[in-house]
Design a protein around this ligand. Structure first.
Ligand code: BEZ
Length: 180
């Protein structure tokens, strides 16, 4: 299965813009992110939420170099939040290695089959937690949390973590299938 082809609306610093908001919009396509590369994506329900902020993203940041050593080119954190929120969350956490990607309209997440309703928390539509390894746009492995459902009363977080992905990559390496 291939990742959905979408356009992500991101915000980037632009030194040529003066004033308190020196950012411009930049469209980033799935092809630009995944084309010709080995990419780890992990998706979570929301910027600034507790487990996402204390564990899910920080552990990927900690293990970034280990993931790179397994042949991974980049690690992306995806959430159904807008570009302003994702930018500020990354800054708040001091994320310097993991790249945050805003799926504000949920297009990518919906087409991944991972969009869930979280109205029980007042969140609206969000991403189910999952991680995946994508090679040149082709999904090689997905770790999706169990219990995928709308308005899930719990927040399963067992397999989409950085250690599980790293251990899987190491096992693949030992089996002689390391991403070159
Ligand atoms: C959390 O990261 O802790 C969290 C995420 C979504 C809903 C509630 C909590």
């Amino acid at each position: 299965m291939r990742v959905p082809e979408v356009i992500f609306k991101t915000r980037v610093r632009d030194e040529s813009i003066e004033g308190p908001n020196p950012f411009r919009w930049q469209d980033v396509t799935s092809s630009e992110i995944f084309g010709g590369k080995k990419i780890v994506v992990f998706a979570l329900p929301g910027a600034f939420t507790p487990t996402c902020s204390t564990t899910h993203l920080p552990r990927y940041e900690e293990l970034y170099e280990d993931l790179k050593a397994q042949g991974v080119d980049e690690v992306y954190c995806l959430s159904v939040n807008d570009a302003f929120v994702m930018y500020q969350w990354g800054k708040h956490l001091g994320a310097e290695k993991v790249k945050l990607i805003p799926d504000g309209s949920g297009d990518f997440t919906r087409r991944m089959g991972m969009l869930v309703r979280k109205d029980n928390l007042g969140f609206g539509m969000r991403s189910w937690r999952y991680s995946m390894l994508v090679e040149d746009g082709e999904i090689q492995k997905i770790f999706a949390e169990d219990g995928h459902e709308d308005d899930c009363p719990t927040d399963p977080f067992e397999v989409s973590d950085a250690d599980t992905m790293l251990n899987w990559l190491k096992g693949r390496d030992e089996a002689g299938q390391k991403a070159a």
